[in-house]
Design a protein around this ligand. Sequence first.
Ligand SMILES: Cc1cc2nc3c(=O)[nH]c(=O)nc-3n(C[C@H](O)[C@H](O)[C@H](O)COP(=O)(O)OP(=O)(O)OC[C@H]3O[C@@H](n4cnc5c(N)ncnc54)[C@H](O)[C@@H]3O)c2cc1C
Ligand code: FES
Length: 291
Amino acid sequence: MGTLRPMAFSIFRKQIFSPTTFLWEVEAPDMAAAAHPGQFVMLRLHEGGERIPLTVADFDRDRGTITMVVKVVGKTTEEMATYLEGDTFQDFIGPLGAPTHIAQKGHVVFVGGGLGVAPIYPVLRAFKKMGNRTTTIVGFRNEQEIFWKDRFEEFSDNLIVMTDDGSVGKKGTTADALKDVLETGVNIDEVFTVGPLGMMEVIAELTRSKKIPTFASMNSIMVDGIGMCGSCRVTVDGNVLFACVDGPDMDAHKVDFKEMKIRQKRFRNEEGVLLQKYHTECRAQTKGVSA
Ligand SMILES: Cc1cc2nc3c(=O)[nH]c(=O)nc-3n(C[C@H](O)[C@H](O)[C@H](O)COP(=O)(O)OP(=O)(O)OC[C@H]3O[C@@H](n4cnc5c(N)ncnc54)[C@H](O)[C@@H]3O)c2cc1C
Ligand code: FES
């Protein structure tokens, strides 16, 4: 009788965008065949590692690959940054979550900031291919952090790049840019936003009074990613929903952002301890600085 070997997934391509942001394109033909915009995957590097959710930033059915853009924020993402092309990791589950509802709406505005810039891309592409007019607002800290400008340009009728320091595009936030677009009086049929909770909350407030349907991708803390653990619960219009199965997209005008912000911080101490432990005990044994 044969022995059961754990499966390994291989990094087909790695691209570094900035000291804290990088891309992994992973060989996963079955997942690529099944993926749709708005879905996510759960990844674990090795036995004993934490399982983390990452949005499908792109999928290529011909190459059989799934692409993710990752920002280093803690232990697992820092460890991921040390992996090189050709390296393998242990678990890759997905696609998970409900795909974004893509339809002919008219004029759709996309707002992505921070970790949310990459996940906007497949959704934007699908809306554009459906024949919608598209305005895309993406926010970065500075010129060094910018990636995929050409990709966003390809599918945006109007691309607005915002940077905190004004080194590229306009100086200011994505909310400043949306305010400007709203002030032009242009008709907007739907807004789709991905990014930090505070940013998505502000975007939702800007569109509420104009009654523009607005959807936010809720990146709540996930443990199993399949609706069993309750970790990712979000209160929407007084009802408890689970971002991993009912979302990640939710009606941004009905999300209880205040509760979400509190829930998002609940493991902060443990996360700090784990990162410290990784720095002192494990880093010396891993592959060193990535490039
Ligand atoms: C549906 C979904 C899609 C996501 N897509 C992306 C993406 O495309 N690119 C990307 O860089 N990040 C994405 N994230 C966030 C990513 O999962 C976290 O940054 C990652 O889990 C952090 O792990 P860590 O060990 O490096 O840091 P930690 O020290 O564990 O955490 C740092 C911070 O990340 C957040 N976080 C931690 N664990 C989780 C978790 N299990 N689920 C969600 N958030 C968590 C918390 O706010 C925490 O304070 C996504 C999250 C969700 C829920
Ligand atoms: S992550 Fe467990 S219910 Fe959503």
